[in-house]
Design a protein around this ligand. Sequence first.
Ligand code: MRU
Length: 356
Amino acid sequence: MKNTALQRPQPVRWDHGTLYLLDQTRLPLETVIDPYTTVEQVWDAIRRLKVRGAPAIGIAGAYGLVLAMRSQQHLTHEDFLAQLDTQAAYLDSARPTAVNLHWALQRLLRQARQLHQQPVPEIYQALEQTAIQIHAEDRQLCRRIGDHGRPLIKTGMGILTHCNAGALATAELGTALAPLYLAHEAGVSFRVYADETRPLLQGARLTTWELQQAGIDVTLICDNMAATLMAQDCIDMVIVGTDRVAANGDVANKIGTLGVAILAQYFQIPFYVACPLLHHRLRHPSGEAIVIEERAQDEVTHLGQRRTAPVGMAVRNPAFDVTPHTLVGADHRARNLAASYGETLRAGLWPRSSRR
Ligand code: MRU
């Protein structure tokens, strides 16, 4: 079965002023789409990962800010802008690592300040239009990443991905999964290995689900199986998304990505990071400065409702890690030439034929 847009899930939808989010915490067992009408509901959905993935939380956050301001149109300019700042800071606090949430909210704030001479209801209308535009732009960015990365995908390849950087994480095609969708549409046959991605299982629950729906050959593995599959020559390339890129090309992505990158280096397998240049303001000089979200302990001590660790156990639960730019790229022999992140998808494929 060939992949079509109809078979790709839509995590965020804005319909006549109502926000609809596909509840990703209930996938793959249930497909539930809920309406959202308040900023508090949107904050909670982002925090709980009902909507997740860097681009999707940026889009949802933008719509959340619009929802927050709908009932504030009677305010004076000054009060409207002050309230906008407060609500944006509130939404921004939902998750700290992904650049997109902060970026989208800041874009709306800048726009409102630029329009400060317009009547408040017109500023509100403009904010809504910009949120819709952020959503549409992400769709285009994903397609461009897909077009850019598609030639990397060759028949017979085994491709490892970590977490979910697919349609569920973006406006449509995904970042890391976009080249795979387009290659599949073009008739290229390949196999995706999806890391399950502990502790919240985005790979097991989401990546497998959306690729299976699209008819793409996907095999689920536990995170600790990646090394063995690489040693068995099953993996020809790794492709992941990113939540934030530092100015030196270090990339923050879902916890576990660093381990995969180190393995890829050891086994000399190309390691690609799929991301839009546009979104990343490169505010941090290196990955060390990126704020890593630390999440609740019960995500590690429990599997679903079931406790899997002793009561009182000390736990760490960083949601992301940072992969140094030196591990990103196609030619590991040239690693010290520092493949900048802008080159990650432009870099040529590691020059060897498929080993399978
Ligand atoms: O915690 P999550 O599920 O929001 O983490 C998502 C990721 O780490 C993705 O890989 C990243 O956002 C890139 S998405 C296109």
